[in-house]
Write a protein that binds this ligand. Structure first.
Ligand code: HEC
Length: 210
């Protein structure tokens, strides 16, 4: 008698539970209540969040500073030439440490047009759109003889640290891309100061006709 009642109760419980589960699965029904969460495991775990508070550490900060003298993986930046554009003796490197290829120039062109052309102009002549707005000083013409004669490291340095009234672009432009831009600036300089002899022979003939 007792077991029959228990059996009935169990059946009822199973039926009620499956109904609840099915109801939980039913989507598309707007509700102000939070959805039924059958298996909350990792979603609601205790965890540290950036800028959060910690009850464990004495300074109550979630975010820890790295122990002194440690370097994050990939952040050693021992290559002074690549990361600073400087030789070990501190002088600016004369030439781009990255091998100049069409792909590098294409990247440089794209990034120059994004980051530099608003001020320096698409041709690098300093006549970008910002000259129509107020800015303390006009952007430098990148075809100035002084800049043609400057080492590649100078351009890298200017992009990395800014110069006088020009802001720095180290945060927006990764190191390799900065060098790509330097290569493209050199191409721009050549484009404005080239002679017919710089052009491949077959193209020379075409240009001569014009
Ligand atoms: C917000 C405008 C602006 C942008 C964007 C900008 N520049 Fe400049 N740049 C200037 C100004 C203004 C100067 C002149 C600063 C001065 O003389 O005070 C300058 C100067 C320079 C110089 C001359 C430095 C020297 O030796 O006198 C170089 C080279 C240069 N910029 C390269 C770049 C490159 C490459 C980029 C793109 C990554 C870039 N600039 C983006 C405004 C800009």
């Amino acid at each position: 008698m007792k077991s029959a009642l228990l059996q009935q109760q169990t059946k009822f419980l199973i039926a009620a539970l499956s109904l609840a589960i099915l109801a939980g699965c039913y989507r598309g029904q707007p509700s102000s209540k939070p959805p039924i969460h059958l298996n909350p495991n990792m979603d609601t775990q205790e965890k540290y969040k950036p800028m959060g508070e910690s009850k464990f550490y004495e300074d109550h900060l979630d975010m820890r500073t790295p122990p002194e003298g440690t370097v994050a993986r990939g952040e050693l930046r021992a290559d002074k030439i690549l990361y600073e554009g400087k030789n070990p003796d501190g002088s600016l490197v004369l030439t781009n440490p990255l091998p100049v290829s069409t792909a590098l120039l294409k990247t440089g062109q794209e990034r120059f047009n994004i980051y530099c052309s608003p001020c320096h102009g698409g041709a690098g002549d300093g006549k970008g759109i910002m000259t129509k707005y107020r800015y303390p000083v006009p952007p430098t013409n990148l075809h100035d003889q002084r800049l043609i004669d400057s080492p590649d490291g100078h351009f890298f340095d200017v992009i990395t640290h800014g110069i006088r009234n020009m802001p720095l672009y180290a945060h927006q432009i990764p190191v390799e891309t900065r060098w790509a831009i330097v290569a493209y600036v050199r191409a721009l300089q050549l484009s404005q100061n080239a002679s017919l002899a710089d052009v491949p022979k077959d193209v020379q003939a075409q240009l001569g006709k014009k």
